[in-house]
Design a protein. Structure first.
Length: 324
């Protein structure tokens, strides 16, 4: 039975039972570079370095994480597609540069569904819709009712045009037939500062960015963007279960290779990543960054990329999203 997006978020560990090869058919003969398309120190960077450390004894070669950040992760992806498809260079893929950027940037130097080889999905993380404590909305149905009664009158902040924080709200508006007004900021920090101060009443952001504010009761969560409740905030109902049927938006980390990466090489990386995800202490480190282990093998991950790319293309085009 194929893994659906609903089941992958609900039972991320199940796919770890994927059969493994008794004898690896391919092994690297030199160090492997993992291109990290974001700056050092971010949660995904920390996790990728830990993954590289755990993969090294399994693959028998050093794995070196190389940061090539810029343009929302697209610089590192563009670099990767120019590299030999021999297993010496792979890249950490996230939702933004993999499935959103190809529509946002019409002159992008790669097509994710054509120029990259899926290896595996590793982990996922939803966002939360949160409101200022003085904003008189405590649930998604209340937000919808207020937005319908006052089209365009509810302002929401984001960390910038075309970010997942922005597109989550555009997806919500399109699915609920509402109109919200976007206020883009230069980064998540200033947006959160103004949310707490009451300058804007609403935004969507990552669990990592919001955890301290929520635990100190400085903002209020009204919905989680995954299909299933987050294990980190189980008391917060999903947007899907509050009546916006089918609403789902999650961030994720993954591995991809250049176009034409032989299947035997992709299979070996997939196999060893599954072993690392089976390690309790690695899962604990994922939890430290609010990620949930969510393994998809290379074939199911390829289908997931196609589905997510189509979804975000429709959101970007229908909302007329433009990047600065």
């Amino acid at each position: 039975m194929r893994t659906t997006r609903r089941s992958l978020l609900a039972t991320g560990f199940a796919a770890l039972a994927t059969p493994v090869l008794a004898q690896p058919a391919w092994s690297p003969t030199r160090p492997v570079r993992i291109i990290m398309p974001f700056p050092p120190g971010q949660g995904s960077d920390i996790l990728m370095r830990l993954l590289a450390e755990r993969l090294q004894p399994l693959l028998g070669q050093p794995l070196v994480v190389e940061n090539r950040a810029g343009a929302g992760g697209t610089v590192g992806m563009e670099y990767t597609v120019t590299q030999p498809a021999d297993g010496s260079t792979i890249v950490m893929g996230g939702s933004g540069p993999t499935t959103i950027a190809p529509t946002l940037y019409p002159r992008l130097g790669y097509d994710s569904t054509r120029d990259l080889t899926p290896i595996c999905l590793i982990a996922s993380v939803p966002q939360l819709f949160v409101v200022n404590n003085d904003f008189p909305v405590r649930s998604i149905p209340e937000l919808i009712a207020r937005a319908r009664a006052n089209p365009g009158g509810i302002f929401y902040a984001s960390s910038g045009n075309g970010t997942t924080q922005h597109l989550n709200m555009e997806l919500f508006a399109s699915m609920t037939g509402t109109r919200l007004t976007h206020v883009p900021y230069r980064g998540s920090g200033p947006a959160l500062t103004d949310l707490v101060a009451g300058q804007v009443p609403l935004l969507s952001d990552t669990l990592a960015a919001l955890t301290d504010l929520l635990r100190n009761n400085r903002v209020r969560a009204i919905g989680v963007t995954s299909k299933e409740r987050s294990p980190f905030f189980p008391e917060v109902p999903t947007i899907h279960e509050q009546g916006v049927t089918g609403y789902e938006s999650v961030g994720w980390i993954s591995l991809l290779g250049p176009r034409g990466l032989p299947d035997v090489i992709a299979a070996r990386f997939e196999q060893e990543v599954a072993k690392v995800l089976d390690q309790p202490d690695f899962r604990a480190r994922l939890a430290d960054q609010a990620f949930t282990p969510t393994f998809l093998n290379r074939r199911d991950f390829a289908a997931f990329i196609i589905s997510e790319t189509a979804k975000w293309r429709q959101v970007v085009q229908s909302a007329g999203v433009k990047v600065d």
